[in-house]
Write a protein that binds this ligand. Structure first.
Ligand code: DAK
Length: 259
């Protein structure tokens, strides 16, 4: 896979994906979105990878969709650009492995939106979040109007989207947009440590938890509980369930095989 704007590295059972256009503050142009699409497909198929960290090179996480590229789009091109971004973000959100966003700097517009498509957001003290699109004459186009309200509630999402205000990491933590704020030099290590901790658990169970939580956020509680019962039952068809419980009873370390 030939990649120009995205770096894919592996460290044991985890993968680190770095968006790498530091001169444009990692702004998402179509080329970068297409590379991300390939990378997510690759991660889905890679049985060695059990958890993923997504970050940005240099001082930004992602400063948004690429304004230079979007500036002259017509309606159809704009729509196609939105479709491409939404396809990639949704793929990331439904990837059958947890994704931790290590938000190292600006996460604006499409940058805030891609972080919200991840399972967990860890933020550097230097991170900044916002949906400034209305100041550019557009609406958020990569899921911001949908995911932000799901993360922080409707009132706060409307405030952020209507004002275009940019908030710091502490405020993002206060409103529940991020899980933790971390010193910049420790951010990536802490994200990798969390990814490794997750990857030591039973991968099929983790995968099913992700699916159940994601599904549960979009449906009524009875449908969600019934889906939870299905995935809970499915665990008993796995070797890892036998291994996890047998290891507990035998008071020994467990060894999961992703089966
Ligand atoms: N796009 C393209 N280039 C960008 C960029 C962006 N979003 N953000 C920064 N850059 C470039 C700058 O132009 C500059 O390039 P050079 O001039 O050096 O060539 C370089 O990165 C460094 O940026 P600055 O010199 O501006 O750096 P500062 O530290 O002074 O400022 C900043 C950092 C993040 C405050 C500032 O760069 C900034 O305000 N950037 C724009 C942030 C922004 O407005 N982001 C939201 C983008 S809109 C849709 C699909 C998607 C979307 C909407 C609709 N549909 C199709 C429906 C998504 C929209 C967005 O994400």
């Amino acid at each position: 896979m030939e990649l120009k704007n995205v770096i894919l590295e592996k460290d044991g059972k985890i993968a680190i994906v770095t968006i790498n256009r530091p001169n444009a503050l990692n702004a998402l142009n179509s080329e970068t979105l297409k590379e991300l699409d390939l990378v997510v497909d690759n991660l889905e198929k890679d049985d060695e990878v059990l958890a993923v960290v997504l970050t940005g090179a240099g001082k930004a996480f992602v400063a948004g969709a690429d304004i230079t590229e979007m500036k002259d789009l017509n309606t159809i091109e704009g729509r196609n650009f939105g479709i491409l971004g939404n396809k990639v973000f949704r793929k990331l959100e439904t990837l059958e492995k947890p994704v931790i966003a290590a938000v190292n700097g600006f996460a604006l517009g499409g940058g805030c939106e891609i972080s919200m498509a991840c399972d967990i957001r860890l933020a550097s003290v230097k991170a900044k979040f916002g949906q400034p699109e209305v100041g550019l004459g557009i609406t958020p186009g990569f899921g911001g109007t949908q995911r932000l309200a799901r993360h922080v509630g409707m009132g706060m999402a409307k405030q952020l989207i209507y004002t275009g205000d940019i908030i710091n990491a502490e405020e993002a933590l206060r409103i529940g947009l991020v899980n933790k704020v971390i010193e910049p030099e420790k951010l990536l290590d802490e994200a990798k440590e969390m990814a490794k901790k997750i990857s030591a658990n039973a991968p099929i169970a983790v995968k099913l938890c992700k699916a159940a939580i994601n599904k549960g956020m979009q449906c009524d509680i009875d449908t969600g509980i019934s889906y939870e019962a299905e995935v809970f039952g499915a665990c008993f068809a796995t070797e890892d369930q036998k291994e996890g419980m047998t290891a507990f009873v035998e008071k020994r370390d467990k060894c999961f095989k992703n089966r």
